[in-house]
Design a protein around this ligand. Structure first.
Ligand code: NAD
Ligand code: TYD
Length: 334
């Protein structure tokens, strides 16, 4: 099976590529990535010599490059995106370009190449925010609240329209918050871990009581693998970790596991439009395709902390590079 993976130099895409190459000896992968600030080929150093792996630096908005390099592949899996809510609040334009127009460009290139499977990697954030009760199901109406989630919801609607209008064989997966190795240290869990290791303050937005449903990245990658082989065209599959946690409790757990003081935790100005609670109902994918998460939070967070402790070079380079300016503007002046 020949896969066309976009955004494979990012967090989830690189974990997915590694899983597929290691697990399936008949699987070859073309990784298409623009290498934005979030893309890093080091994430795939261990597979870079694998003859079943190749990399092309390209923009998913480049129709000719997408159409040409997609020829002969069995499936397209679209991870490429601008993925950070805070950045989308600062400037939505790139989110619209990559997440909406880029998805359209891929859909069109894939349709013209008669690709037989297209998986759009989406997010629980398209459903908006929950109150104290309830879970997001695949039937929950979309109600995105940030420019990021609005761009992802727009892409989902386009994918749906290609299925309904052209009978194009697409599937959407919507996953909850991931954590694990190679996550860019602007996201909550790696930011908390790396700041705690360096004895810097841990910025917790608002009252810290916002809830996310956390899933270890390997569980998400296994779910995508399952959908690739067994998913049904035109369907949406929700993927959750069944693990609701308040941000403040995660920050406290991280400092405790690292043997640091809770005084490092600092409450800072809240994110505008900050969604209060996300929680996924993954019953459908469990019943239809037999997938469920395996890695408990206690195990996943320990593996993640260990990885960041052992891979300081990876994130210290990021934190001292061009990302520094963003970091200082965002966090140090709050
Ligand atoms: P990431 O920011 O770590 O990686 C995104 C990758 O896309 C980077 O390698 C970047 O270089 C690449 N990219 C960006 N613009 C591109 C373009 N125009 N052309 C080609 N490549 C481009 O993101 P991630 O956390 O790995 O998320 C991957 C996907 O999963 C995204 O679509 C995101 O919306 C979705 N998702 C993420 C989470 C999460 O918790 N991280 C949860 C659910 C869904
Ligand atoms: P994030 O990792 O940005 O994911 P998302 O907003 O897509 O869910 O944030 C996870 C939660 O952590 C969210 O409620 C916002 C909060 N948060 C902080 O409290 N401090 C931070 O520095 C960041 C980045 C996030």
């Amino acid at each position: 099976m020949k896969l066309f993976v976009t955004g494979g130099a990012g967090f989830i895409g690189s974990n997915f590529i590694r899983l597929m190459l290691n697990k399936h000896s008949d699987c070859s992968i073309i990784n298409i990535d623009l290498l934005t600030y979030a893309g890093c080929l080091e994430n795939l150093e261990d597979v870079s010599d694998n003859p079943r792996y190749s990399f092309i630096r390209a923009d998913i908005n480049d129709f000719d490059a997408m159409k040409e390099s997609m020829k002969g592949v069995d499936a397209v899996i679209n991870f490429a995106a601008e993925s950070h809510v805070d950045r989308s609040i600062d400037d939505p334009s790139l989110f619209l370009k990559t997440n909406v127009f880029g998805t359209y460009t891929l859909l069109q290139a894939a349709r013209e190449n008669r690709i037989e499977r297209f998986i759009q990697i989406s997010t629980d954030e398209v459903y908006g925010s929950l109150g104290k009760e309830g879970l997001f199901s695949e039937k929950t109406p979309l109600a995105p609240n940030s420019p990021y989630s609005a761009s992802k919801a727009s892409a989902d609607f386009l994918v749906r329209s290609y299925f309904k209008t052209y009978g194009f064989p697409s599937i959407i997966t919507r996953c909850s918050n991931n954590y694990g190795p190679f996550q860019f240290p602007e996201k909550f869990i790696p930011l908390m871990i790396t700041n705690a290791i360096e004895d810097r303050e841990l910025p917790v937005y608002g009252d810290g009581l916002n809830i996310r449903d956390w899933i270890y990245v390997d569980d998400h990658c296994r779910a995508i693998e399952t959908v690739l082989f067994k998913g049904k065209e035109g369907e949406v599959y929700n993927i959750g970790g069944n693990c609701e946690k308040r941000n403040i409790d995660i920050a406290k757990e991280i400092v405790a596991r690292l043997g640091k003081s809770e005084s490092l935790i600092k409450f800072v100005k809240d994110r505008p439009g900050h969604d209060r609670r996300y929680a996924m109902d993954s019953t459908y994918i469990k019943e239809k395709l037999g997938w469920e998460p395996k890695i408990k939070f206690e195990e996943g967070i320990e593996l993640t902390i260990k990885w960041y402790k052992e891979n300081k070079n990876w994130w210290q380079k990021i934190k001292s590079g061009e990302y520094r300016e963003y970091y200082e503007k965002h966090y140090l002046n709050r």
